[in-house]
Design a protein around this ligand. Structure first.
Ligand code: MLT
Length: 257
């Protein structure tokens, strides 16, 4: 299978161990801004926009989690990075898990932030395909207005998320929903991951509840979980300090300190 990668838009801060922060759906790299000042003296932060989102090319042919992982590999090659810690938020976590499976030799550590290894249940898959149909017929407002209250209970954060989602293309949102519905069950390869693995979960997450993190962590060799009591689905915005501290622990573990 030929994977036709694109050049992702990217922003970098700091120096040291490369830490790639991959945003979730249907967002962009802006979500990580609250943790940038807290971590940029500790690592080389690499914030891409996934294809279709933010400032990256809106090329959606063959959109899949596997293809998005190939885009991240191409980004590492472009930046001359041999190994990186890959941290993915929600859908970004699905991409990070595909990366871990396809390119283990390029991985120094893995973090899932409000994410999971499970594939969609038949009901969840069906609901996604219905959402895709609704977005196509009603436009981006359907998801820009409906989704933020599920992501966080903080009204200011909801407002910021509404603005980010409003910039999305309908075709990209539909492609990403279908790709998530078709994604593989990553539990199958969790025991093969040889690098330190961190899972950050928000106790109030309505989309991916903490129980998923509990079952995930049992399947990895070197992993631990940080549950943030006040966070929902957006720990990096709702609780930047605790999120940055947890990621710093992973940087230490990946460097053997
Ligand atoms: C995300 O936040 O990336 C998505 O909501 C994840 C999902 O729907 O599974």
């Amino acid at each position: 299978m030929e994977l036709k990668t694109v050049d992702l838009a990217v922003e970098e801060h700091g120096e040291g161990t490369p830490l790639v922060l991959i945003h979730g759906f249907p967002l962009n790299r802006q979500i990580w801004q609250p943790i940038v000042p807290l971590l940029k003296s500790k690592a080389r932060l690499i914030l891409p926009d996934l294809r279709g989102f933010g400032e990256s090319p809106r090329e959606v042919e063959g959109y899949s989690m596997r293809l998005l992982a190939a885009d991240i590999l191409q980004l590492l090659d472009r930046l001359n990075i041999e190994k990186a810690i890959i941290a993915g938020h929600s859908m970004g976590g699905y991409v990070a898990l595909e990366f871990a499976h396809a390119y283990p030799h390029r991985l120094k550590g893995l973090a899932l932030v409000a994410s999971q290894a499970d594939a969609d249940s038949p009901e969840r898959r069906q609901a996604r395909l219905i959402t895709a149909r609704e977005v196509r017929s009603r436009g981006i407002r359907y998801i820009a207005d409906g989704m933020p209250s599920k992501l966080s209970e903080d009204v200011e954060i909801q407002h910021q998320l509404n603005q980010i989602i409003s910039t999305c293309d309908v075709a990209v949102v539909v492609a990403a929903l279908r790709a998530m519905a078709d994604r593989r069950d990553a539990n199958l390869w969790l025991p093969e991951i040889q690098v330190p693995v961190l899972v950050i979960t928000g106790a109030k997450d309505q989309l991916i509840p903490p129980e998923r993190a509990h079952s995930f962590i049992k399947l990895v060799n070197k992993g631990w979980m940080v549950e943030i009591p006040e966070a929902g689905h957006m720990p990096m915005m709702e609780s930047p300090q605790r999120t940055a501290e947890a990621l710093f622990q992973l940087i230490c573990a990946a460097n053997g300190c």
